[in-house]
Design a protein around this ligand. Structure first.
Ligand SMILES: [Zn+2]
Length: 382
């Protein structure tokens, strides 16, 4: 029989499941072997947070068991007698449609079994279907004719603890390693604005950390982190979310993974790097398309070209061999012609820097459909 259903944010599933396993085990140990649970449907809800409305996935948890009966009596509630409060607290036990009689909010802790009024922390409300009575904890044994009233006490506790799962501050991400989507994207945008996007490959090349690692350091509050996020960065976060949410489907797994992760506004720690990369992806996709000029071969093979003006596109480390390390330098000239030069000495200039060189044409080749003039013996000139 379904006793009760409650919902938790799905990211809590694992920890709640672990706690439920313990509770069910404890319930069985104290004479409630019928209690069990199962996960049900999920749904996405919008909830309010300090950072504005936030989409969160919730999952149902169904608690199954029998109505708690001992002999002819069924437990309805535990009434916690008020000490410093104006009224008693009533902890009903789910699994019964029976309404509690009025008056328990102001019940004085009187035990209907021994008919005494001594100070009690709580009384248990039982019914035989006809009348409802309140019995003190120590009288439960006597009244119900069972050796160990722990079963019934524990059963009441079981449901009270389950209620506390729901009452927990649901969106306190700290312990659960959850982060707000918008925060990750804003910090990523700030990082890209300051130092450019650093992929894993680029981090290996230049030494240092990736944009994803940097974002994680900031969000986890590690020492030495603390980037300033501007309005412009937050705007990029919004644009990135819009970009991924407005698409039904992308043509690659990478972007579809981000699309799926962005169905809610909270992100697990392990997905931060992937989400952090979404900003640059959106920025590139939304950037006005530059008209790319077609690349043509320059000069003749073996010709010495004098006074070439080249813009460094990028440097690719090719690895090291018998003769040491080698680096592929890719350039363009102002007409859009592509050049390449492999050398053992990495040029110490930034991408986008313009240089003047004399160089010899080693080869004319096509690389991925682009005509490329391969240079050798390049020499920087003033
Ligand atoms: Zn009593």
């Amino acid at each position: 029989m379904l006793i009760t259903t409650f919902s938790i944010p799905t990211f809590r599933k694992q920890s709640v499941s672990a706690r439920l396993d313990k509770l069910v085990k404890k319930a069985a140990k104290y004479g409630n072997p019928d209690i069990g649970y199962s996960f049900g449907a999920t749904r996405i809800e919008e909830v309010a947070t300090d950072s504005g409305p936030c989409k969160v996935e919730y999952i149902d948890i169904n608690i199954d068991g029998e109505a708690p009966k001992i002999g002819d009596w069924q437990l309805l509630a535990r009434v916690e007698i008020a000490k410093n409060l104006s009224e008693n607290l009533i902890h009903t036990v789910p699994g019964s449609d029976i309404q509690l009689d009025g008056g328990y909010r102001t019940h004085n802790g009187h035990c209907d079994h021994c008919n005494t009024n001594r100070p009690r922390n709580d009384v248990y409300v039982l019914t035989d279907g006809d009348t409802q009575i309140a019995v003190g904890r120590t009288c439960l044994r006597d009244f119900l004719g069972i050796d160990d009233p722990k079963a019934i006490v524990n059963r009441a506790q079981f449901f009270e603890e389950i209620r506390s799962f729901e009452a927990d501050d649901e969106l306190d991400f700290g312990g659960a390693s959850m982060f707000l989507l918008k925060e990750i994207l804003s910090v990523s945008a700030a990082s890209i604005r300051k130092v450019g996007y650093v992929s894993r490959a680029r981090a290996n090349e230049i030494g240092g950390e990736t944009t994803g690692e940097f974002v994680k350091g900031n969000l986890c509050g590690y020492n030495g982190y603390g980037i300033e996020v501007t309005e412009e960065d937050r705007a990029w976060a919004e644009k990135t979310i819009d970009f991924f949410r407005s698409a039904d489907q992308f043509d690659n797994d990478y972007m579809n993974n981000i699309r799926v992760l962005m169905e809610t506004d909270i992100v697990e720690l392990k997905h931060i790097a992937l989400i952090a990369s979404a900003v640059i992806t959106a920025q590139r996709a939304l950037a006005p398309k530059q008209e790319t000029k077609e690349s043509n071969f320059v000069g003749e093979v073996k010709q010495r070209l004098k006074g070439l003006t080249l813009i460094l596109d990028r440097i690719i480390y090719l690895g090291s061999g018998y003769y040491g390390s080698s680096y592929l330098h890719l350039f363009k000239d102002s007409d859009g012609n592509a050049f390449s030069w492999v050398t053992g000495n990495k040029m110490m200039i930034d991408e986008g820097t313009t240089i003047n060189v004399d160089a010899t044409v080693k080869q004319h080749k096509e690389y991925k459909g682009t005509k490329q003039t391969v240079l050798t013996r390049a020499k920087m000139i003033a």
